[in-house]
Design a binder for this molecule. Structure first.
Ligand code: HEC
Length: 151
């Protein structure tokens, strides 16, 4: 058993070393944004009243979004990973690579909305609602310019 596990491990290593294909990078990028979507879906459901407001859970989701702002996304936007190069695998529009500064501006607006949300998420539904609305606006604003409607 041990031997089998060991040889599986050895087999796995070259695969890992050869990672970082354009498709893998796009996959990691999508994974990162799905984490934002995961946290946001709870916050949006609370804001809409579909899920009962819970101060602890709202604050935790906001904190997770804040933690994710510490992640440096720049290497997720490696050249060669747009939907022109990887059709069907990503929604990242080629315009991103022509306007990284624009993407950065949208990112900065997003980060400040996350900070604002963190200040109020645990303070009741009336405080949460506008902050979630504002945050959602920053997601949409970036998607409108830089994300394709579909894969
Ligand atoms: C700075 C720009 C930017 C901001 C801000 C941003 N996104 Fe995105 N998002 C993107 C791009 C670009 C993609 C496409 C990634 C890909 O397909 O490679 C994406 C993809 C996604 C996906 C993956 C969907 C899919 O196609 O499976 C989700 C979910 C998502 N974003 C949610 C959010 C949420 C929620 C927020 C705000 C809380 C947000 N994003 C903020 C740029 C942004």
């Amino acid at each position: 058993m041990r031997k089998i596990l060991l040889s599986l491990l050895v087999l796995a290593v070259p695969a890992a070393a050869a990672a970082q294909s354009a498709e893998d990078i796009a996959g990691a990028r999508i994974g990162y944004y799905r984490l934002l979507g995961h946290e946001m879906s709870l916050l949006a459901a609370m804001a809409k009243g579909d899920v009962e407001y819970n101060a602890e859970k709202a604050a935790a989701a906001a904190k997770d979004l804040q933690t994710l702002t510490q992640y440096s996304v720049s290497d997720l936007f490696a050249p060669g990973t747009s939907n022109a190069e990887l059709p069907g695998k990503t929604r990242a529009l080629p315009v991103i690579w022509e306007d990284m500064a624009g993407l950065g501006d949208k990112g900065a607006a997003y980060v400040s909305a996350v900070e604002e949300l963190n200040g109020v998420a645990g303070n009741g539904l009336d405080a949460l609602r506008p902050a979630v609305g504002k945050l959602g606006g920053t997601c949409k604003s970036c998607h409108d310019d830089f994300r394709a409607k579909d894969f």
